[in-house]
Ligand binder design. Structure first.
Ligand code: UD1
Ligand code: UDP
Length: 362
């Protein structure tokens, strides 16, 4: 058995949220290696984040790419088995709730390798979401569960998970935002290149199958956002996730004139737009968290969230994704509301905390 840490990642949010963990290992000569499943592979969903966040290239790339959920997880597990048998890490880290996370946890547990689950204990209680299944299984297999807030500690206790394995650390997204927002303020030219002024636009993102894989839901969200743009005299900036692009083409949906549709953005430009926006409309998990950190009002186009902290703060509202009137009305109410902002996701150095807790175990 070596004393190496294996870091498994595969999608845009995992690269962003593991960046402070990786950087801490690198700066402090902790032995580690990165395995990239390549669940995300387009340059603007993958490579750009390694560059912007100054991360070393993954030592292994499993080149799994896009396929069905079952094929994806199976191919990832086959690739992971080979690498993990060769490297023999003492522990692997997985982050969040993607197929990459589930494959990582299943492969490591099959090989009797310890698992650290970063962002453990989140629950939407909606088992139609593959992410919910991935979270539940991963939390049950993990040896170290790093929770963003006390809510997840409570969820895990309720599910009978041994409290000795559970650590309240905060969410590494706080590290990423803190490190990159200053760079964004200094370096991003996205506002000028899109012809935007502070608060004259709504920022919208959507990629959840429950919204984008349904023509009716996608139309409901676009229509509500268009009405908001008209009422408040704003533009809508819409960086399109590849899944959403595919579905917009498939459904032949015409984008309203108020919208500026762009390719997915790098992290620096994305943070800049979040910070300068009038309002955010999203079904992204990470953006819900960032909205609390950046003190930006956010309409969540879902019926539930595994991040209830964002709602409790008062700056985010659950508006569903199927009724344009409801989304519009709830957004208007949110815009008029006074919010006493707090950031519930921790005060930083969270990647460092996670590594230090882990190293103490060996
Ligand atoms: C995945 C995660 C989701 C996470 C999201 C982050 C699962 C089940 N889903 O969803 O939890 O919130 O990533 O963005 O793990 N595609 C490209 N280029 C890419 C990646 C994807 O063109 O680099 C297209 C492909 O057509 C692919 C589709 O997007 O079929 C969906 O990709 P996939 O990784 O299956 O799921 P996401 O919707 O990205
Ligand atoms: N993000 C980005 N560029 C974009 C859209 C999102 O950098 O065009 C960032 C966003 O700021 C957040 C993360 O990607 O940090 C969220 O990823 P995503 O919405 O794909 O996944 P989720 O968080 O829902 O799993």
């Amino acid at each position: 058995m070596s004393n190496k840490i294996g870091i498994i990642l595969g999608t845009r949010p995992e690269i962003i949220k593991l960046s402070s963990v990786i950087r801490f290992c690198k700066l402090n000569k902790v032995k580690y290696f990165i395995i990239h499943t390549n669940q995300h592979y387009s340059k603007n969903m993958d490579e750009i984040f390694f560059k912007e966040l100054n991360l070393p290239k993954a030592k292994y790339n499993l080149e799994v790419g896009s396929c069905s959920r079952i094929e994806m997880i199976s191919r990832m597990m086959v690739g992971l088995e080979k690498v993990l048998l060769k490297e023999k890490p003492v522990v692997v880290f997985v982050q969040g709730d993607t197929n990459t996370v589930l494959a990582g946890a299943l492969a490591a547990s099959s090989l009797d390798i310890k698992i650290g689950h970063i962002e453990a204990g989140l629950r939407s209680y909606d088992r139609t979401m593959p992410e919910e299944i991935n979270r539940i299984i991963t939390d049950n297999l993990a040896d170290y569960l790093f929770c963003p807030t006390s809510k997840q500690v409570f969820n895990l206790k309720n599910e009978g998970i041994n409290k000795g394995k559970v650590f309240l650390t905060g969410n590494t997204i706080v590290d990423a935002v803190r490190e990159c927002i200053k760079i964004a303020d200094k370096q991003s030219i996205i506002m000028d290149s899109l012809g935007l002024s502070k608060k004259d636009f709504i920022l919208m993102t959507s990629h959840r199958p429950s919204t984008v894989d349904s023509r009716r839901h996608l139309m409901a969200v676009i229509l509500a956002t268009k009405r908001l743009a008209q009422k408040y005299h704003k533009k809508v900036v819409f960086p399109i996730h590849p899944r959403t692009k595919k579905m917009l083409d498939k459904f032949k949906i015409a984008i309203p004139n108020e919208f500026i549709v762009i390719e997915p953005l790098g992290y620096i430009d994305m943070l800049k737009l979040q910070k300068e926006s009038f309002l955010i409309i999203t079904d992204s998990g990470g953006i819900q968290e960032e909205s609390c950190i950046l003190k930006k009002k956010c309409v969540i186009i879902r019926h539930n969230t595994e991040r209830p902290e964002a709602i409790d703060v008062g700056g985010c509202v659950l508006a569903g994704n199927d009724d344009p009137k409801k989304i519009f009305n709830l957004a208007c109410r949110l815009i008029d509301k006074r919010v006493a902002w707090i950031n519930p996701f921790g005060q930083g150095k969270i990647g460092e905390k996670i590594i230090k807790i882990t190293l103490k175990k060996f």
